[in-house]
Design a protein around this ligand. Sequence first.
Ligand SMILES: *Cc1c(COP(=O)(O)O)cnc(C)c1O
Length: 413
Amino acid sequence: MPWAALSKGHRTMDNLSEKIESYQRVFAEVDLNAVMDNMRNMKAHIAPDTKMIGVIKTDGYGHGCVPIAHCLEELDFMFGYAVATAEEAHILILAGIQKPILILGYTYPYSYELLAEEEIRPAVFRSDSLKELADAAKRVGKRLKVHIKVDTGMGRIGIAPNEEGLAFVKELMELEWLEVEGIFTHFAKADETDKTAAREQLRTFRRFIERVEELGLRIPIKHCSNSAGILELPDANMDVVRAGITLYGLMPSDEVSTDAVDLRPVLSLYSHIVYVKTLHAGQSVSYGGTFTAAKDMRIATIPVGYGDGYPRSLSNRGYVLIHGKKAPILGRVCMDQFMVDVSGIPAAKEGSKVTLLGYDGKEHISAELLGGLSGRFNYELVCDFGKRIPRVFVRDGSVVAVKDYNEDYQIHI
Ligand SMILES: *Cc1c(COP(=O)(O)O)cnc(C)c1O
């Protein structure tokens, strides 16, 4: 059975082509070869014995976590995956993912037994959760592996790297049903040119680990680097690094150099023109009539909108690519449709392919560019591509899976 069929909502091969026919309105193409190449290129850039975690929270930053994890399973330098919630971890387990899964955020008590049953690793940092976690592990009859989260400067979650934090570790060491597999921290400013703050966090983390080890605790997996750290902080490699945004071929910030590692974007977003007409001089377009034609123009309607996560702030600012040329957005982006100027693209007609994100000939619209034009962060832009957009996964030139969110919004723990 192809792995594409392993998860609910992932179609089998037989009815795939028929299904893709119905994705003319909009679809995201997810290039799994790019995922693999990005990961291998990052691996080549870090220490030989450092393993990698693929960060696939928010359904793989909006790309679709299951097929991505299935591919990454093949790479022997992968330690495992990181997600934000127990539900996200459970989806991966249901899909047959074997390597360890770490939950980066706080995990609620209702899912503690599930963690133990499925060997999902929670981040631990609240002492009130330790006893409950240990009790759940005991009830299930399996020791639960945990990763201690240390706050070295992010100010979000994590134990303090001081006496209080050490007291937490001692408490943890008392609980025989819990096993400390890892300890980690997270950089607040690794994506800035000035690495002073990140290096200070790294020093704090190292000093704290030393003190923990003085208690007699040996922790096999220490980790701190995110994407920016992977690219620019070789000292921070440790046992594992956590690759998020770079796994999708996107950049952590515009201060991070694109030279160090060869990365290419994984996601492209396509649609097709549904209507072409003349907008006569003096006529306006879309809500509020914020664009009025000074002369006769040819305009095309694209059946995508902010209901798909295509930002409304691209109104009168963004553009799409049609037949390799830029077609500027005219007027406001609506919930389900928007209009573009195709006066300069005579070949544009109903049914023409539209590239909202990605390459068309020599032109390219990147998530960074679209983020910039819409006043949004590239991470946010891709995470917000909505559930009305099917994701089509391509590997070695063929479609290997489809994620259709209309079919599986019923996953529950
Ligand atoms: C999201 C996240 C990452 C990945 O960050 P990127 O900048 O996308 O690489 C790593 N670690 C933690 C704790 C995170 O929350």
